[in-house]
Write a protein that binds this ligand. Structure first.
Ligand code: HXC
Length: 291
């Protein structure tokens, strides 16, 4: 990210302690960098300890401040509780960014129930568990808190060929709306971002193996391009930082109006593919799975 394109004053986020799930790579890493640069203490979690350490070291050497990595699989409740216990030893979190996700394209008729669960356990159950773990502690302690979930425009129009992800993220969209109202009285607020195409390594490997399945191509976007990381980071800071606390229960798209123009899902590019194409892509995607 071009850090000079952040739109905020220095130290805007001083005093904030934010956990970004999946913060070691991709969009999570970019948001982590922005929060850090603006003075927040940032915790990041993911399954690969080495990756988290590498990211924390890289960002701290660039900007100073504190980034702490926690190896945690958000599919595992005990793992989450242990991590949140550790973080809480240094004080309460002020914010949680639900960014960790899993996804791959597949015809739904080819999908096993295990395949469905692999995604739903991360996105649907993992996000709720994390939110519940942090939210209940804040309520008990009478502290305010700020929650942001990274979704997709598929929550509005469905996601053919990515049904487990679309269903799970739609559930988190409803969680955002529900808890914004239910927990608003505790000083907890909930918002979400629905990003269009912001190319990352993980996303390309699973959603566009060999360059296929990319229906949000720059050419088709009304603005003729994909998103730039600082644009996403600026929106995340707006929602997570101080100053706009009355924004609550909203899911904001950042996609150059791609959703309005193209419906924002895979239907046009993936519907014409045959058995051979799918077999090839399945093998390519599986070769990229994090172990
Ligand atoms: C069909 C597949 C498959 C594929 C896995 N499975 N990949 N089925 N097509 N490409 C099936 C397996 O066959 C197995 O079912 C089951 O899923 C579990 O597989 P594992 O490999 O054991 O899963 P696991 O190691 O837990 O890996 C989880 C994962 C993986 C989600 C499948 O991709 C991963 O770790 N991803 C994390 C990062 C990620 O996905 N990032 C991209 C997010 S992009 P059987 O029946 O064989 O046992 C994103 C953006 C959305 O979310 C919005 C964009 C606009």
């Amino acid at each position: 990210m071009d850090i000079t394109k952040l739109m905020y004053r220095d130290r805007l986020m001083e005093g904030e302690r934010i956990l970004v799930t999946g913060g070691g790579t991709g969009l999570g890493k970019e948001m982590t960098e922005a929060f850090l640069k603006l003075g927040a203490e940032v915790h990041i979690c993911g399954r690969r300890e080495g990756k988290l350490t590498e990211t924390a070291d890289e960002l701290m050497s660039r900007h100073g401040g504190t980034v702490v990595g926690h190896a945690c699989d958000i599919r595992d409740h005990a793992n989450i509780t242990a991590m949140i216990d550790t973080i809480w030893e240094g004080g309460a979190l002020t914010g949680l960014v639900n960014n960790a996700a899993g996804n791959f394209i597949s015809r739904t008729e080819d999908l096993s129930i295990n395949g469905f669960n692999a995604i739903a356990d991360i996105v649907f159950r993992g996000t709720f568990t994390m939110t519940h773990e942090v939210g209940t502690r804040l309520i008990k302690e009478g502290k305010r808190g700020n929650f942001l979930s990274i979704l997709t425009t598929w929550v509005w129009n469905g996601g053919p060929f990515v049904v487990p992800s679309a269903m799970s993220k739609a559930g988190i969209n409803v969680m955002t709306q529900s808890l914004a109202t239910e927990w608003g009285r505790y000083g907890l607020r909930f918002n979400a971002i629905a990003p269009g195409l912001f190319p990352t390594e993980g996303m390309s490997a699973r959603l566009s193996p060999g360059g296929r399945g990319d229906n949000s191509s720059d050419r088709m976007n009304p603005m003729g391009r994909h998103g730039e990381m600082h644009e996403l980071a600026n929106l995340a800071v707006f929602l997570m930082g101080p100053g706009a606390e009355w924004v609550n229960g909203q899911t904001i798209a950042i996609d150059g109006a791609g959703y309005q123009a193209n419906s924002g899902n895979f239907y046009q590019t993936l519907a014409p593919l045959g058995d051979e194409d799918w077999a090839k892509m399945r093998e390519m995607i599986k070769g990229t799975n994090a172990k």
